[in-house]
Design a protein around this ligand. Structure first.
Ligand code: JD8
Length: 465
């Protein structure tokens, strides 16, 4: 059974000295991994031992030569840790790992795949640590059709620029070696680690239980194993929602129990109608460059809210006239038009609301309600289908009403299709009551709306607006 083997080539081999330490160092001395570090200059043939040259196309810095690198990679096959030993050739195919800022992001899944591959008897890895401006791109091209090369992976440690590939090599090697058979005392611990499931680590504590007035969370000294497990999961869920919401997308919603969903909801994360997690969401005033995305959301959501009797032509006419990019640019340019957007953690628009203040209100404003100028119209409130049924409409409504209230209006009214009882029930839950009717025209076709109104109570400090 061959030992998993990783060769690292660099012009700064001493940079890899930390691999003699700690867990990796022990794995090496106990023969659980065969790690070899090589100096790229050892395969140079000129007296300057040069490994780089000026970049074609100009620009700063130097580029590493492909020919020297290919020689170095191929030389690893004949490498003898003990030069006095018989010349041998390692028959295994080579997986070439090229750290580069333009590589595929390195993840726990990448490391797990590498560990599985290297634990198999027929593949070994070579990591090429570049420096300067990088390695001539033809090396990767040539390696792709070089016999004995299983694959070439260009990998990045992260979206920041380092001066060379050595740091990435250290991370790859530590990350892979700890997953190799026999290296970790308790392989179980790997299972519950971060990124083996898409949640961040829970916080850890040790003695003293009270450190300078800072106490360890009581549940951790309760001896109640189940409560400890629950607490750790709650904190991991909340931390992940706050710090790395994108990770939640990998969570299997089916695996979330009621408590999980409650903890996530607390952090603004809900299960969308498409079964995928949404959020943390936020509601913010729309910005001028939101016009196009608002028009996209409007073109999707308005037709879905129209009565079945509405023809496609009428809908198209209405969208073209009232929900175009230009329409939203006009709304966004008018200080009497409050446009709010509901967006997901990654900035994707999930919905929007439009509140018309003062004279901007449309037809059908209820008359005789404390006079026109302290009214506002909730003209539009729409959510994309996958955000509906999640409670986010309420989040957007609350924000829209708060925005109107912030403009000193005493009451907000809206018009909604008389036949849409579900919508009227939803508005009623936000304090709206039917006060009248109006005719609403969509693409020339008249529709009957009910007009609903909600009145703000006296603001704290006692005076009505
Ligand atoms: C390999 C040369 C330096 C990079 C000009 C600065 C990985 N996440 C990462 N950030 N940076 C690297 C990395 C940087 C490297 C080399 C990896 C070889 N450099 C270059 C391009 C701009 N200098 C990396 N993995």
């Amino acid at each position: 059974m061959s030992t998993p083997r990783i060769d690292v080539v660099s012009i700064f081999p001493e940079y890899l000295a930390p691999l003699d330490l700690s867990l990796v160092g022990k794995a090496r001395t106990s023969g659980l991994v065969d790690l070899r570090v090589h100096d790229l200059r050892d395969v140079t043939t000129d007296r300057h031992r040069s490994v780089d040259d000026a970049p074609f196309g100009g620009g700063a810095g130097m580029v590493m030569r492909p020919d020297v690198w290919l020689r170095a990679i191929e030389a690893t096959a004949q490498h003898r840790p003990d030069p006095s030993a018989e010349p041998t050739t390692d028959p295994r195919e080579v997986l070439v790992l090229v750290p580069t800022p333009s590589g595929v992001p390195l993840t726990q899944a990448t490391l797990a795949d590498l560990a599985t591959t290297l634990a198999s008897p027929d593949v070994r890895a070579v990591i090429t640590c570049g420096r300067y401006e990088g390695i001539d791109a033809r090396l990767v091209e040539r390696l792709a059709d070089t016999p004995g090369v299983r694959a070439v992976h260009e990998l990045s440690l992260g979206d920041y620029v380092l001066n060379g590939g050595e740091v990435a090599a250290l991370a790859m090697i530590e990350g892979v070696v700890r997953l190799l058979p026999g290296v970790l005392g308790n392989p179980e611990s790997v299972v519950e680690e971060s990124f083996s499931q898409p949640l961040l680590e829970y916080p850890v504590y040790t003695r003293p239980a009270d450190w300078d007035g800072l106490e360890v969370p009581a549940v951790l000294t309760s001896g109640h194993h189940g409560a400890v497990q629950r607490w750790r999961r709650d904190v991991a869920l909340t931390r992940t929602a706050r710090r790395r919401p994108a990770l939640l997308r990998e969570l299997a919603v089916a695996d979330l129990d009621v408590r999980d969903r409650a903890v996530l909801a607390e952090a603004g994360v809900v299960v969308g109608r498409d079964g995928r997690l949404l959020g943390p969401v936020r509601v913010r005033p729309a910005a001028p460059d939101d016009a196009a995305r608002l028009a996209d959301v409007a073109a999707i959501t308005f037709p879905l809210a129209c009565p079945d009797s509405t023809t496609l032509g009428e809908v198209r006419a209405h969208v073209a006239e009232h929900l175009s990019v230009a329409s939203f640019e006009a709304h966004l340019a008018d200080p009497e038009h409050l446009v709010l957007v509901l967006e997901d953690h990654d900035g994707e628009l999930l919905g929007y609301a439009l509140v018309l203040v003062g004279a901007a209100q449309g037809d059908g404003a209820p008359v005789g309600v404390d006079g026109q100028d302290c009214l506002a119209e909730l003209s539009k409130l729409y959510l994309l289908p996958r955000a509906r049924g999640t409670g986010l409409a309420g989040t957007l409504m609350d924000a829209a009403l708060a925005a109107a209230r912030g403009r000193g209006v005493a009451a907000v009214w809206l018009g909604t299709n008389a036949a849409n009882a579900a919508a009227q029930r939803r508005y009623a839950r936000h304090g709206f009551a039917v006060v009248g009717t109006r005719t609403y025209v969509v693409g020339g076709a008249e529709h009957s709306d009910v007009v609903m109104l909600t009145r703000f109570g006296p603001t704290p400090g006692g005076v009505a607006d």
